[in-house]
Ligand binder design. Structure first.
Ligand code: AP5
Ligand code: MG
Length: 213
């Protein structure tokens, strides 16, 4: 099963993608997590990506596409995957469609997690992230068992550099300009499904399971 998570920054793509990956036994591929791991490890890619990410802008398509195509070539992608944060522009979506078409494959579902902008800004200020394993928490809605420590891997949790309110506003405007058009793109492919992302995490996940089962 090949699934794309669509939605604004902070809509809950990562939270839901992780649960989907666990339930269906497919890898969760988050381009944002891959970039953040590269930044943490001080790689060349990380240095390039950080300059864009800290400003709330998108990393250029060439850099992103190379990275994703490498990831798809790994063995664990054979049964499918859940993509989180990719594609994010029409050229990225077209490149993905083409790469799949070459193998006679296609995306099964593009799930749009819909949350209005007003709800996003307050959500982001409470987010805490694990840069080691990619787990995401919220101080109020999904706290870790021990404050500041990742339940899964024990690493220290951090607030993401791009979660400052000014940067979140910029990311939202970039989302509306460059990523929102993908909703129509996947609607035309007949694979778009929408869920109400303002509900509780469990309710959103229940809605997604209904679609996938
Ligand atoms: P990325 O890491 O993908 O960030 P994003 O799309 O802005 O999305 P977020 O991770 O911020 O939010 P999310 O939807 O995953 O929400 P989450 O589950 O964490 O990208 C970061 C940057 O990398 C980009 O700005 C860009 O520069 C670059 N980049 C990445 N991919 C790229 C690409 N393909 N092309 C170019 N550049 C790229 O939830 C948010 C918070 O809310 C959490 O605290 C969570 O616990 C909480 N929460 C989740 N669901 C609920 C709920 N139902 N109720 C209450 N709280 C909830
Ligand atoms: Mg995310």
């Amino acid at each position: 099963m090949k699934i794309i998570m669509l939605g604004a920054p902070g809509a809950g793509k990562g939270t839901q993608a992780k649960s989907i990956a666990e339930k269906y036994g497919i890898p969760h591929i988050s381009t944002g997590d891959i970039f953040r791991a590269n930044i943490k490890n001080g790689t060349e890619l990380g240095k390039k990506a950080k300059a864009y990410m800290d400003q709330g802008m998108l990393v250029p398509d060439e850099l992103t596409l190379d990275l994703v195509m490498d990831r798809f070539a790994q063995d664990d992608c054979e049964k499918g995957y859940v993509l989180d944060g990719f594609p994010r522009t029409i050229p990225q979506a077209e490149a993905l469609t083409e790469a799949l078409l070459e193998k006679g494959e296609k995306i099964d579902y593009a799930i749009d997690v819909a949350v209005p902008d007003e709800a996003i800004i307050s959500r982001m200020s409470g987010r805490r992230a694990c840069l080691t394993c990619g787990a995401t928490y919220h101080v109020e809605f999904n706290p870790p068992k021990q404050e500041g420590v990742c339940d899964t891997c024990g690493a220290a949790l951090v607030q993401r550099d791009d979660d400052k309110p000014e940067t979140v506003k910029k990311r939202l405007s970039v989302y509306h300009q460059q990523t929102q058009p993908l909703i129509e793109y996947y609607e035309r492919q007949g694979v778009l499904r929408q869920v109400d992302g303002t509900k509780s995490m469990d309710q959103v996940f229940a809605g997604i399971i209904e679609i996938l089962d």
